[in-house]
Write a protein that binds this ligand. Structure first.
Ligand code: MG
Length: 263
């Protein structure tokens, strides 16, 4: 028969002491608070500029000088829009332009201005648009509408800051013609399974002039002029600007930048 374990008084005192310390640490509010602190990985530091200055980790798409980042959507030749006094002006006869680079998820900033002498009404008054993913020629893709919506009734899922024919803006944050306006957009691209069917839909958040107008809005597919939206599989895609053929004077763009976001 094995000898019974005999705990001497000294061992008991040590065991009780250690238990007391462990209990005290466990009940210490500061120690308990530390258990839920995360210290790594440390977020990269980004230098933030003033108005009109992109953050240091942005990819500049238009800085007022060069159109090098852009090509024609249909011919993929160097973009033929006009750069005048630091401002990008669509050439409606040249068609849409899109970035050379392709993106998946991102944050996008762009500024646009309806001319003060704008003419026309409804969809024919300063119509343009930013396609968050250009999935083919012409207007193929996912469009956030650009339009004069200061005093210009039209269908609400086609006014400025709408997801075209899918989601009206929460409010109308438009400025009058002649004023610069801006979009800050967070785009979560749709994901597709290997067989091409949809795995998860696209979502978009849009601030128009700093006001939230699309709050993680779910898209039902590509934005289309006629018919119902549908998804078509793609991986990465350019960002596209629309040269809408309406007869009103062309709008302007400036200060366009983008930040890749992780999947
Ligand atoms: Mg448009």
């Amino acid at each position: 028969m094995p000898p019974r374990l005999q705990l001497g008084p000294r061992v008991l005192v040590i065991a009780i002491g250690v238990s007391a310390v462990v209990l005290a640490l466990a009940l210490n509010p500061l120690e308990m608070a530390r258990q839920t602190e995360q210290w790594e990985p440390v977020p990269p530091k980004v230098t933030v500029g003033g108005a009109g200055v992109p953050p240091s980790d942005a990819i500049v798409l238009f800085d007022g000088r060069s159109l090098d980042a852009w090509v024609g959507t249909n011919d993929h030749a160097p973009a033929r829009w006009q750069v005048r006094e630091g401002v990008l002006v669509p050439d409606k006869s040249a068609g849409n332009i899109e970035t050379r680079r392709r993106f998946r998820n991102y944050q996008l900033h762009l500024e646009w201005r309806i001319p003060e002498d704008i003419t026309g009404s409804g969809q024919a008054r300063g119509n343009s648009g930013v396609f968050l993913a250009s999935t083919g020629p012409g207007d193929a893709g996912y469009e956030v509408q650009i339009l004069d919506s200061w005093d210009n009734p039209t269908y609400v899922n086609g006014q400025a800051a709408s997801v075209y024919k899918q989601s009206p803006p929460l409010v109308n944050a438009a400025r009058p013609p002649g004023a610069w306006q801006y979009y800050d957009i967070v785009w979560t691209a749709p994901r597709f399974k290997a067989d091409g069917t949809l795995q998860s839909p696209a979502y978009v958040t849009v601030l128009h002039n700093g006001v939230l107008v699309q709050n993680h809005a779910e898209l039902r597919g590509e934005t289309v002029f006629i018919g119902k939206p549908a998804y078509r599989p793609y991986d990465r895609a350019p960002v596209k600007l629309q040269a809408h053929p309406d007869p009103s004077p062309p709008i302007s763009f400036r200060n366009i930048w983008i930040r890749d976001l992780p999947d």
